[in-house]
Design a protein around this ligand. Structure first.
Ligand code: BT5
Length: 251
């Protein structure tokens, strides 16, 4: 369990960077950083997360997990489950989870999650950063092809505070679940119930310089995605990008 402590900023380069900086100064588990805009919002693999002013929730939380390091990937799955539930509870948005932790509506990204480990004087910690789009007016045209927002789905963009409250409640719930005996399995099940990517999805996987096509076949107990290739072999994906090759776009 953690006790949330929320620090709010008008503008930051990145809420993850600020949370990591404070972690280095000894900040406690549960420290949350929220900014109205990010000038250098970060995605995975040095990619960018567009974070225009008041257009989304830009949030990071510091965790100091007692879990075995090998279970830490489950933290990002738990964060995806929490963001999924928060979007539903606060905004009535039903999202799909794309492995490992993108949230999509109609195949477009509404939420991205970036978990980063940080070395601190009191041990290794994790900063989990979550970006949720509330509106996409300020996005360049190229991004509107791949991104969506709460406003595009529901017509409303004014739910930042209730979304934040729902996100904190859900993070507390699933973090506590993960820390209980048997919690790993429960998180994997919760993830599977919310993701169309669990089983039978034809995907392209890009991992480092490698790229292959296959069909998803569930998760390993550490959260790796099992993908069956044309030669009936199972490959385990731990760090790649996964794309649906047969999108069924709704209006
Ligand atoms: C992610 O990376 O999806 C992780 C994003 C995490 C953002 C949060 S915001 C709070 C915290 N502080 C940070 O600095 N970061 C975290 P990735 O899977 O690499 O996706 C990045 C890609 O998504 C980009 O290359 C674009 O194609 C696309 N993208 C950029 N901005 C977007 C947005 N606002 N909405 C949807 N897609 C976006």
């Amino acid at each position: 369990m953690f006790v949330p402590q929320i620090l709010r900023f008008e503008s930051l380069p990145s809420t993850n960077l600020e949370a990591a900086r404070l972690a280095g100064q000894g900040a406690a588990e549960g420290l949350c950083v929220v900014a109205r805009e990010q000038t250098a919002g970060r995605g995975r693999l040095q990619r960018q997360w567009l974070s225009p002013k008041d257009a989304g929730l830009y949030f990071s939380i510091l965790l100091r997990p007692q879990l075995q390091q090998s279970d830490w990937p489950l933290l990002t799955l738990a964060a995806a489950v929490a963001a999924h539930d928060a979007l539903w509870d606060a905004c009535g948005v039903q999202a799909d989870i794309k492995w490992p932790n993108d949230l999509l509506v109609n195949e477009k990204k509404i939420c991205g999650i970036l978990a980063e480990t940080v070395e601190t004087p009191s041990g290794r910690a994790v900063v989990v950063g979550i970006g949720i789009n509330l509106t996409q007016h300020a996005f360049p045209a190229t991004l509107t092809l791949e991104a969506t927002s709460v406003e595009t789905v529901t017509g409303r963009s004014d739910q930042l505070e209730i979304l934040l409250a729902a996100l904190l409640a859900a993070l507390e719930k699933y973090y506590a679940m993960l820390n209980q005996p048997g919690g790993r399995v429960e998180i994997l099940e919760a993830w599977g119930e919310r993701s169309s990517y669990l089983e039978g999805k034809v995907v392209r996987v890009v991992e480092g310089g490698d790229s292959f096509v296959g069909t998803t076949r569930g998760l390993e107990c550490d959260g790796a995605l099992r993908v069956e290739t044309a030669d009936a072999k199972i490959r385990l994906v731990r760090a790649g990008d996964v794309t649906n090759l047969r999108p069924e776009l709704k209006s």
